[in-house]
Design a protein around this ligand. Sequence first.
Ligand SMILES: *Cc1c(COP(=O)(O)O)cnc(C)c1O
Length: 344
Amino acid sequence: MSVPSLADLSLADVYRARRRIEGRVRHAPLVESQSLSALAGVPVFLKLETVQPTGSFKVRGATNALGHLAEQGCRKVVTASTGNHGRAVAHAARTLGIDATVCMSALVPANKVDAVRALGAHVRIVGKSQDEAEHDALRLVREEGFAYVPPFDDPHVIAGQATIGLEIVEALPDVANIVVPLSGGGLFAGVAFAARSANRAIGLTGVTMARGAAMHASLVAGQPVLVEEVATLADSLGGGIGLENRYTYALTRDLIDQTVLLDEASIARGIAHAYRHERLVVEGAAAVGIAALLDGVLPAGRIGRGPLVLIVTGANIDMDLHRRIVDADSMQPDSTQSGLHPIS
Ligand SMILES: *Cc1c(COP(=O)(O)O)cnc(C)c1O
């Protein structure tokens, strides 16, 4: 439990990020959940990043990264994400008056392409896989002077996500534990860095899906590894961490207390619980903290120490899928293979 002395990330960078995103990103509400507090035996708070423009916290990192690039005189950026990061980059570019291009493969569904276009970004359709789209984005960087905006492995993206950690500690200085959805680790690294900078005793748990969790597999292997991508309700948690990972792997490894892995049924219960008991529409990736608490897989000894914050990261779920999940939940038998996987 130490604060890493990272040349690439300081608390001052996080305050700089807050300045840059101020007025462009919302200060997300932190609300107590009656149902989850009763269950956990400690006050449980939800940090509602669902209220952000484009429906996820990703606008924080994207706005900070693009704001920094704009200060350097950069006028055009490119990324290859079709999900929350792509939307966030498109939105941030528009608010900052710079040009965004999002490269996508021909297989990306029309609704996702339209969502990015509607935010004012240029869409380039290239190739038949995410890899080919990514390749084209990197070619634009090499040959046409675009700046690439990585989805997580970038100090400015991490510092932007870290502003969530600042807001949590300011609103709730006694916070004992923070539970963070974990994929590429930009969110975890940022929040963990800010929280531990304020109080070294804050417990930090990463939650992700049981299959296809690249950061978890990498932490177990002791180095970044590839995993096979598997369809999951937590689709925003899919994807690799990059074999050449420079920042988020080391930060996550140094700051995480444990990783919790959830099966699909558990993630569905989290989505349904958020809807029924909190009146919240959340996507699978955002429901994993709630799901872990419902499943009783957060370690009681650690959780019992005081106020707990769950970061509810986004709302971008297909509404037909959401309705099916909530309907099916009312007739769901109780079964789970979820479990606790301490890292150290
Ligand atoms: C990207 C994302 C995450 C995970 O963030 P990382 O920085 O990749 O770990 C979690 N929830 C939602 C909704 C996301 O879009």
